[in-house]
Design a protein around this ligand. Structure first.
Ligand SMILES: *Cc1c(COP(=O)(O)O)cnc(C)c1O
Length: 428
C-alpha cells in the first residue's frame, strides 16, 4: 500500500506501522469525540471573530508607543469573547507563560496579602516568582506570603486543609490546570469550577487565578466559564496555534485585567501602550487554528498512551482516561529507552530532523535532562516535543504536534528507535 511505503521511506518499518494501525483501530470513537470538541471550539472562535468584525485593518503593524492600535485592541476583545470574560490582555510584550503568570500575580497581590495554592506545589518556574525558592524580585521579597494545601494521596482536593488555609490575608487563589512535570492528575474544568466555588464560599471576596497552560480548547468550556477571575497562559502553547512566535494572555474581570495592564506597562498607561510589531496576523490566525491544532495534539497523546501501555510501559494519563491537557508522560524505565524515544521524536521533525538529542546538565536541574524538539518556533511546546530528567522512573513528557499526522509519525518513530535499540519487542 502506498501509505505504508511512504512511512517506510521515512524510516518506519512495516512491523511498527502495522502495530500502530492495530492500536488506532480501537481509538476511532475517542477521536470522534475529540473532533466534536474541536468543531465546537472552532465555532466559538469564529463567532468571536465575527462579533468583533475582524477585518484586514486589524492585521496592520504598529510601532513605537502603539497608541490606538485597533488590531491589538480588537484581538483582546476577541480573546475576551472566546473566554467569556470582561477583558483580556494579549501581548507580544508578555514574553512567556511564566511572565504572564508573574504579571497576573504581582498585579493583584499587595504587601501583606497571602497567595494560596490549594492544589499542591506550583509549576517549577513559579517557585522563584513566589519565593518558595529565593529569588530577587520574588513576591516574597515584596512582602506577599504564600500558603499551600496539598492534594490528598488520591490526587483529589483536600477541602478541610483548604478551608483551614484560607485566612483574613488570603487575597488570591492560584489553581494550576495541567499537572506540568508533577505526577498528580490534571484537573477538568468542572473540578476547577468546584474548587473555585468552594474557595469563594469560604471567602467571598477572594480572587481565583487559573494557570491555564496546555489546557486551552481541550474541553468546550474554560475555567473562566466557571467563576475564575483570571485565566492565564502562553501563546507558544495551545492558543497561539503554532503560529504565534511569542506572547502571553490574561483573560478575566475588568478589575483584575486592568491591574495586570498597569503592572505590565506602567501605572496610568496600562493597555493604551504596546505596539503589535506586525504580529497580529500570526495571533489572529493562530487563535483561529488553535482548536484543530489542540485536537491533533490530543490524539497524539492518546495514541502514545495506547501504544506504550500495550507494550507494558506505565502512562500518565493512562490509555483510557479522559484528557484535561495535552501532556503525556510515559515511564520508560531506563536512560537508554529515554534517549531512543527522544531520538525518534527528533528524527520525525520537519526542522532539525538530522540532529541527535543527548542528555545534558541543564542549569537548575539536579540530573541530566534530555529534550527533543524540531520546531518552527524555538521552545514551542504546542509543536511536537519530548523531554524529561534522566532519573528514576525515567519518564518522558511528550506533548504537541501541529497536526495529528505529525504526532503519529513522531510516536511511530519513537517506537521504531526503541525496537532498533533492542529495548522493545513488538508482539507478533
Ligand atoms: C509551560 C507552563 C508554564 C510556564 O510557561 P513558560 O512559557 O514555559 O514560561 C507554567 N505553568 C504550566 C502548567 C506550564 O505548562
Amino acid at each position: 500500500m502506498e501509505l505504508e511505503s511512504m512511512y517506510e521511506q521515512l524510516g518506519i518499518s512495516r512491523a511498527v506501522y502495522g502495530f500502530g494501525e492495530a492500536v488506532l483501530r480501537d481509538l476511532r470513537p475517542r477521536f470522534d469525540a475529540i473532533d466534536q470538541t474541536a468543531e465546537y471550539n472552532q465555532a466559538k472562535v469564529i463567532a468571536a471573530m465575527q462579533k468583533n468584525r475582524v477585518n484586514a485593518t486589524h492585521f496592520a503593524a504598529t510601532t513605537g508607543y502603539g497608541y490606538d492600535d485597533e488590531g491589538r485592541d480588537n484581538l483582546e476583545r476577541v480573546y475576551a469573547d472566546v473566554f467569556h470574560t470582561e477583558a483580556a490582555l494579549v501581548r507580544p510584550q508578555i514574553t512567556c507563560g511564566t511572565h504572564a503568570l508573574t504579571v497576573a500575580l504581582s498585579a493583584n497581590l499587595l504587601p501583606g496579602d497571602e497567595l494560596l495554592s490549594p492544589v499542591g506545589a506550583p509549576y517549577d518556574t513559579l517557585e522563584e516568582v513566589i519565593g518558595i525558592r529565593e529569588s530577587k524580585c520574588s513576591l516574597k521579597e515584596y512582602g506577599v506570603t504564600y500558603a499551600q494545601a496539598d492534594l490528598k494521596a488520591d490526587g483529589t482536593f483536600d477541602y478541610d486543609a483548604i478551608r483551614a488555609a484560607i485566612n483574613g490575608r488570603t487575597k488570591l487563589i492560584t489553581i494550576q490546570r495541567s499537572k506540568g512535570y508533577a505526577t498528580r492528575p490534571s484537573f477538568s474544568v468542572a473540578q476547577i469550577g468546584q474548587l473555585t466555588a468552594f474557595c469563594k464560599s469560604v471567602k467571598p471576596d477572594v480572587k481565583v487565578m487559573v494557570d491555564n497552560c496546555y489546557g486551552e480548547f481541550v474541553e468546550t468550556i474554560e475555567p473562566s466559564d466557571l467563576g475564575a477571575d483570571m485565566v492565564v497562559g502562553s501563546l507558544i502553547k495551545n492558543p497561539g496555534g503554532g503560529l504565534a512566535p511569542i506572547g502571553g494572555y490574561i483573560c478575566g474581570t475588568r478589575e483584575c485585567v486592568e491591574r495586570c495592564a498597569y503592572r505590565l506597562s506602567a501605572p496610568g498607561l496600562g493597555q493604551e501602550v504596546g505596539a503589535n510589531l506586525g504580529l497580529m496576523p500570526a495571533f489572529y490566525q493562530g487563535l483561529f487554528l488553535s482548536p484543530t491544532v489542540v485536537s491533533g495534539a490530543l490524539k497524539g497523546a492518546i495514541f502514545a498512551a495506547n501504544v506504550y501501555e500495550k507494550l507494558g510501559f506505565a502512562c500518565v494519563p493512562n490509555a483510557a482516561e479522559d484528557r484535561h491537557d495535552i501532556i503525556q508522560a510515559v515511564t520508560l524505565g531506563s536512560r537508554e529507552a529515554m534517549v531512543a524515544f527522544c531520538k525518534g521524536i527528533q528524527a520525525a521533525a520537519p526542522v532539525d530532523s538530522y540532529v541527535t538529542p543527548e542528555p545534558w546538565a541543564m542549569p537548575g536541574y539536579d540530573s541530566d535532562v534530555i529534550m527533543a524538539a524540531g520546531a518552527f518556533v524555538q521552545g514551542s511546546s504546542i509543536e511536537l516535543s519530548a523531554d524529561g530528567p534522566i532519573r528514576p522512573p525515567y519518564a518522558v513528557y511528550f506533548q504537541g504536534g501541529l497536526t495529528w499526522y505529525h504526532a503519529k509519525l513522531g510516536i511511530l518513530m519513537s517506537l521504531q528507535k526503541l525496537v532498533e535499540a533492542g529495548l522493545v519487542k513488538l508482539p507478533m
